[in-house]
Design a protein around this ligand. Structure first.
Ligand SMILES: Cc1cc2nc3c(=O)[nH]c(=O)nc-3n(C[C@H](O)[C@H](O)[C@H](O)COP(=O)(O)OP(=O)(O)OC[C@H]3O[C@@H](n4cnc5c(N)ncnc54)[C@H](O)[C@@H]3O)c2cc1C
Length: 562
């Protein structure tokens, strides 16, 4: 417990009288830290801290990398936290003990009472805040605005994949269109370079041709597992997989998450998720996934990106128990006691002439936010009448000259949420075309026009700069073990659905999210009869971990008996 006498030793409290210090001491939390412990992490709710003993180091996440600032060490007598409290923001930096520390922590109300009741304290705090804001000014002037520079052309598919990957990982980048911005191309770039080029941290070019994986490696993101064996391998880094990683690692399991692209899944492409609990103003999919990735990392989950799981096989583990061998593209293999499949769904293909030839060249599946610069002032078409099409229409309407939503059925009422229909109705540049189908898409090296037919009438051709296809999605599960039970559309059966079928060989009833292969669980959109929402994916991913625990407990009990 902190005493009034201890507070008297700190210069900021010298000006208070005895009873004031006594009142304050009674309300302070006595925080003790060992070297390496965090006092506060960037993004957490701010408090006001006064350091009584020891030293703390300051660090900050800059463009996805944590940077230490040795010059701003905090020591006994210093205080910290007034700036985020007064600006109404979460903590702007992280503080970590470098020696054993003792810190008095005051919550927001106690801090505000201190400002109100003591003019001298208030003046000292305001002066410190001023000095810190001056530092922010210097910091802003010297910090680069991006880590990656991409030089490519609008219709370059690799370039688009890299941009989407960076955007989904929230890594700021600058994009130069080599066709229109010759003057901004760095002079050090070889003149004869063909295709897109990527430079990282203004320091080096990524080996040609740049791929998403090479860029990820250049940025220091993990693309290979570090261990040979895990308690659980999670396949897929959408909401369901990320939730499994967070809960698994937080509950002490050794977790590997493998994601073929960037974490976030379908949700990562959503410009605004408005129905996720706790975010009354909505949250963009990439922000939600970035938070989840950080959370999973803080709990110690290992995440490898840009790696596709291509094969999963049942194996016997060295301890005599059963498990799985998980093989990634490129041949890396790990073993695991359990697997959680959270691979979601893939966009359904549009059946119209010319589509496959122009994919990535004006015709796109999904509606990544990274496309916004390419549609400014253009005429954009969206195929689909569901919520994802509605969100895309709303998002692109702020950039494009016109957005036309092509719907095969009578309109949006049957397939889109009412809140989106209302928002779309308020946008002058969005048109809905019911009973319409895309017959063909046309263009030499990129999309120039589309041909549509309404009510089965003679098709008409219209100029189109971009066509976003959002007509639903299917499960891609052909690559999984043959004996894994699926429904007629390829979705994976779990729980009651498998215990009623002959494929279940276990002596017990399968867990709710367990497939017919014991210890092989499934969560999220890829599961038969799942509710295709972010919140249900998150719920299932976390529930799957509870079942993993129960499964592991049964296995170790069985091993003891033998
Ligand atoms: C544009 C859009 C807007 C949406 N808006 C909302 C909304 O507002 N509210 C809402 O509740 N829901 C919304 N949804 C639905 C929601 O995003 C999904 O229900 C949710 O993302 C499903 O989560 P998941 O983890 O099961 O699968 P996904 O999000 O599909 O994630 C699966 C992940 O697995 C990876 N993967 C697949 N196969 C492999 C493999 N073999 N190896 C490694 N990785 C693999 C994929 O790359 C992907 O990242 C929206 C969907 C879209 C497309």
């Amino acid at each position: 417990m902190i005493t009034a006498e201890e507070l008297q030793q700190v210069s900021i409290f010298e000006c208070l009288d005895g009873p004031e210090r006594q009142r304050l001491a009674q309300k302070a939390a006595d925080v003790r830290l060992a070297p390496g412990d965090w006092l506060i992490r960037e993004g957490e709710t701010a408090s006001f801290f006064v350091i009584l003993e020891g030293r703390l180091a300051l660090s900050k996440d800059i463009l996805g990398r944590v940077q230490d600032f040795a010059e701003y060490e905090y020591k006994a007598g210093d205080f910290f936290g007034e700036t985020p409290i007064l600006l109404g923001t979460p903590a702007l930096v992280s503080l970590r003990a470098t020696t054993p520390c003792r810190v008095a922590r005051f919550d927001r109300q106690q801090f505000q009472a201190l400002l109100r009741d003591s003019e001298k304290c208030s003046a000292m705090i305001m002066q410190a805040m001023n000095e810190r804001l001056m530092r922010v000014q210097k910091f802003a002037a010297t910090t680069p605005s991006s880590r990656v520079l991409i030089v490519g052309s609008q219709y370059d598919i690799d370039c688009r994949d890299i941009r989407t990957f960076l955007s989904m990982n929230r890594i700021p980048y600058e994009w130069l269109d080599r066709d229109n911005e010759f003057d901004r191309i760095p002079s050090c770039m070889p003149a004869n370079l063909v295709g897109p080029a990527v430079v990282v941290d203004r320091a080096f070019w990524v080996e040609q041709p740049p791929t998403v994986r090479k860029v990820a490696e250049a940025l220091g993101l993990r693309t290979r597992p570090t261990k040979q064996h895990y308690d659980v391998v999670v396949v897929g880094g959408g909401p369901a997989g990320l939730a499994a990683a967070v809960y698994g690692a937080s509950e002490g399991l050794c977790v590997l998450l493998v994601e073929r692209n960037a974490a976030g899944g379908q949700a990562g492409t959503s410009s605004r998720i408005e129905n996720y609990l706790g975010f009354p103003n909505g949250i963009s999919g990439d922000e939600l996934s970035e938070r989840a990735v950080r959370q999973a990392g803080q709990f110690g989950a290992e995440m490898v990106l840009t790696r596709e799981v291509e094969n999963i096989q049942k194996v016997s583990l060295p301890d005599g128990g059963g498990g799985y061998c998980v093989e990634m593209d490129g041949g890396d293999r790990v073993t695991s006691k359990t697997v959680i499949l959270a691979t979601g769904v893939d966009w359904r293909r549009l059946e119209a002439n010319g589509v496959d030839r122009l994919i990535g060249r004006g015709v796109l599946y999904g509606a990544a936010k990274t496309e916004s610069p390419t549609v400014i002032g253009k005429d954009v078409f969206i195929v689909g009448g569901g919520n994802s099409a509605g969100q895309a229409a709303m998002f692109f309407s702020s950039y494009a000259r016109s957005v036309t939503v092509i719907v095969r059925g009578a309109g949006l009422n049957l397939s889109m949420s009412q809140y989106l229909i209302g928002q779309i109705a308020g946008k002058k540049n969005i048109t809905i075309e019911p009973f319409t189908q895309v017959v063909s898409v046309n263009g030499e090296d990129h999309l120039e026009s589309i041909c549509t037919s309404t009510n089965g009438e003679t098709p008409r051709t219209r100029k189109a700069d971009a066509l976003f296809v959002l007509i639903g999605a299917d499960a891609s599960t052909d690559w999984l073990p043959k004996d894994l039970q699926r429904d007629e559309r390829g979705y994976i059966c779990t729980g009651r659905d498998v215990s009623d079928l002959p494929g279940w060989t276990g002596k017990r009833v399968p867990f709710l999210l367990e497939t017919n292969l014991p210890g092989f669980f499934c969560a999220g959109d890829v599961r038969h009869d799942s509710i295709k929402r972010v919140s249900s994916g998150v719920g299932e991913g976390s529930m799957a971990i509870a079942f993993v625990h129960q499964y592991l407990a049964l296995e170790s009990a069985a091993a003891r008996v033998h």
